[in-house]
Design a protein around this ligand. Sequence first.
Ligand code: A2P
Length: 332
Amino acid sequence: MKDKTYKLAVVGATGLVGQTALKVLEEKKLPISEYVFFASSKSKGKTIQFMGKDYVVRELTENSFDEGFDFAIFSAGGETSKKYSPIAASKGCIVVDNSSAFRMDKDVPLVVPEVNASEISKNHGIIANPNCSTIQAVVPLKVLDDKYKIKRIVYSTYQAVSGAGWKGITDLNNTMKGLAPSKFPYPIFNNCLPQIDVFLDNGYTKEEEKMINETRKILGNEDLNITATTVRVPVMNCHSESINIEFENSFELDEVFDLLKNSPGIIVMDDIKNSVYPLATIASGHNEVYVGRIRRDFSIKNGLNLWVVADNVRKGAATNAIQIVEELIKLG
Ligand code: A2P
């Protein structure tokens, strides 16, 4: 019997995440026999090279999903997802949505495959890909939560401009030359901006709120104590995060190292005698989450500090979405 093959749409194929998704798809060689690439009317008719062939970009419309798709990866912003994901799902296509539009919906699984792949089967046509800074954090956090039970998390992030798409990269390049910013509120060159997305009434930014709420949902603990400060830094690619954790239970540092080393999707890089620790330039272009500076927080009982770096466009977006598609294929 011939093996089953699938048909996949990539919505936002001309964007930074969309383009990276194509690279990851080329690397992974999934049993997908048909690909269709969508973007806005602006890109209609453009050619994309993929797996040695030329593909013409189609404009996304309300009828785009009439022809039938097994899966679609959406990475074209929240408004596009809100409008078109339900249309795609109503036509039998399972959507992996990279926007924040559906992440906190009770009926929508929010999935990082290393953490909660079992949620995938509960989908009703839409599965949400978490926020980039949340994805890389929960990969090590889940392993440690299972073993020592997390009581509180303090996140401090150092987020690359690629997290804001092509426009973010352009802003760093332009402000480096002394030009005015058009994406971020201030020149990102030579600055760390303690604002990612808009401010909320409680004084936090939307990015900080996303990290808090999405971590709670993915770890399955709505009451988990979490605080976050998210900062945009003049780094092209890869988010870095300082994560301070307080556990309910005591731990041995050696055991923490072993747990992290033996977990899928994690690379431990921690050899301080030789100044070895995760860096953006090391993680860039890779799919794993890099963890280092693993050390006790002596200021509290059962406290631990981690330095966590990952390619935010890959593991934080494209790779995670494609891993979800891989899991869907396994489900048949
Ligand atoms: P386009 O290139 O035609 O504007 P990024 O975040 O890197 O800027 O990428 C955003 C992606 O979302 C692009 O592929 C962009 O296509 C796509 N996009 C934006 N608006 C729409 C829309 N209304 N319909 C379909 N795709 C869209």
